[in-house]
Write a protein that binds this ligand. Structure first.
Ligand code: GDG
Length: 445
């Protein structure tokens, strides 16, 4: 069964630096399994060619599969990606009403770019059995454009972020266009039951009877490549001065949905109410640069760093700071090493479609405790984590206090139950579940 995978991000790009061409790999998370699937089954990957030399590789055959790249102009990139995708849809689908920006001209650009994707997909189709698998909120109008172009192939549309309640969704001026397009796919998959229900309710209140939709709507939480986290040995020992400290760890993209400010304030509150914990732990906070062209993200960086500076200034001692903050991307090997070092993973998004970091920590750790936000999509599955309301600094701080004094036997018991579930529902399980939803389906007449 051959596939046409459609994602906004490419599996790899080409950059030209001082006259030489370099290949840049973008593989991570979902892209790994999509790469495996298409390498095994064959097909075409349609994506945005964002590398500086990608225009020379618009239609490439790498021997395993083909890549068709959509090349965008600077205004197209801005309207499609920075503005409508990341300044309208992203805050809307994460309930950040005050951050939603809207401008018709950016929607027109988003729509134009989605139609460019649809045209590229149509050129890629070699027969009507090929399964077209489209991913995420940047490409919500693609299924509708494909049907308008007369494409009859089975289409799967996977939504990776939350789907909000019908009242909140109704804020979006283009609410009907998105719903109609997505529902022209043959299978629509979400990470949780709640997002599926919200989509159905939105459809019912804005478009009409959702009866015909019911058999198309599914929810399968995304899994991880479990073995790649479990099998890697810890390659560096904990540095000597850190050995006597409990390590609290987190890694997130710099994003206002991730609850970063409340988290550092919880560290402050923990030290304020429990001064005896001074010099007993270290919070290793890795924050990865993200969407640096969007103004709101840079404001958040300033606010976060001001808070960290203030807290370290107030509670630090010679040779010890409560928060070790790193603002840069780390290698996969280093990340797995940090997961293995950690006594506590503090994963507390205000809202998250799923959150893969908590699953990766569970796979890599042999001793750690997971503190997880109730509002992460993965919270439903990861029952043995210590659950917190990330909006309450008191709740976060008392969960940390409890975690720091939890008996080792309880931590290990929780971890082994979590491991069992994350291992069983891994990324292959997810891909199989999702693709099975259209297997054996006739092309649309
Ligand atoms: C969206 C949804 C949903 C991060 N920094 C580094 C690094 N990472 C890796 C993590 C993890 C991935 O990036 C982040 O995934 P999350 O799921 O935690 O969050 P989002 O990026 O917001 O993803 C989310 C996801 O889509 C998938 O559907 O779960 O809810 O928001 O894999 O490990 N990896 C390395 N260095 C870094 O600096 N190596």
């Amino acid at each position: 069964m051959s596939y046409i995978i459609v994602t906004s991000r490419s599996p790899y790009s080409y950059d030209k630096i001082r006259g030489k061409i370099y290949k840049r790999l973008n593989i991570g998370g979902v892209a790994i399994v999509l790469n495996d699937l298409i390498t095994e089954e064959g097909g075409t990957w349609v994506c945005w060619g964002d590398g500086s030399a990608d225009q020379d590789y618009m239609e490439e055959d790498n021997g395993k599969f083909r890549i068709f790249r959509v090349i965008l102009s600077v205004p197209e990139r801005r309207g499609f990606y920075d503005e409508y995708s990341n300044s309208t849809l992203w805050p809307l689908f994460h309930y950040f009403r005050e951050k939603i920006q809207h401008d018709q001209k950016y929607f027109r650009m988003y729509s134009k770019v989605n139609s460019l994707f649809a045209e590229s997909i149509k050129r890629a189709i070699r027969n009507t059995d090929e399964i077209i698998w489209i991913h995420d909120y940047q490409l919500s109008l693609v299924p509708g454009f494909l049907r308008d172009l007369g494409v009859v192939n089975p289409i799967i549309f996977t939504w990776h972020i939350p789907w909000v309640s019908r009242e909140f969704y109704s804020i979006l001026p283009e609410r009907n266009q998105l719903l109609k397009s997505i529902s022209s796919a043959d299978s629509i998959t979400f990470h949780t039951k709640e997002y599926r229900t919200n989509f159905r309710d939105s459809y019912e209140s804005l478009i009409g009877d959702p009866k015909n939709l019911d058999k198309k709507l599914h929810y399968y939480p995304l899994g991880i490549d479990y073995k790649s986290y479990e099998d890697i040995e810890r390659y560096r020992k904990l540095p000597k001065p850190m050995e006597r400290l409990k390590i609290i760890f987190s890694i997130d993209r710099l994003d206002y949905t991730k609850g970063l400010i409340a988290r550092v304030k919880a560290i402050e509150s923990l030290l304020k109410t429990n001064p005896e914990l001074s010099q007993k732990f270290m919070y290793l906070m890795i924050v990865t640069p993200s969407r640096t062209n969007v103004g709101q993200y840079m404001e958040l960086k300033n606010e976060l760093e001001m808070n960290i500076g203030r807290i370290n200034g107030e509670y630090g001692r010679i040779g010890w700071y409560p928060i070790t903050y790193i603002y840069r991307k780390v290698s996969q090997k280093t990340l797995i090493n940090y997961y293995k070092w950690a006594d506590i993973a503090l994963i507390t998004p205000l809202i998250d479609g799923l959150n893969l970091v908590c699953k990766e920590f569970v796979a890599a750790s042999t001793k750690g405790l997971l503190i997880l936000s109730e509002f992460a999509g993965s919270s439903e599955e990861l029952k043995e984590a210590v659950k917190v309301n990330p909006n309450s600094i008191e709740d976060l701080s008392s969960a940390l206090f409890r975690a720091l004094s939890m008996p080792e036997t309880e931590i290990i018991e929780r971890l082994s139950l979590l491991k069992e579930r994350v291992k069983r529902r891994d990324i292959e399980w997810w891909a199989r579940k999702v693709t099975d939803t259209v297997k054996g389906k006739e092309p649309n007449a």
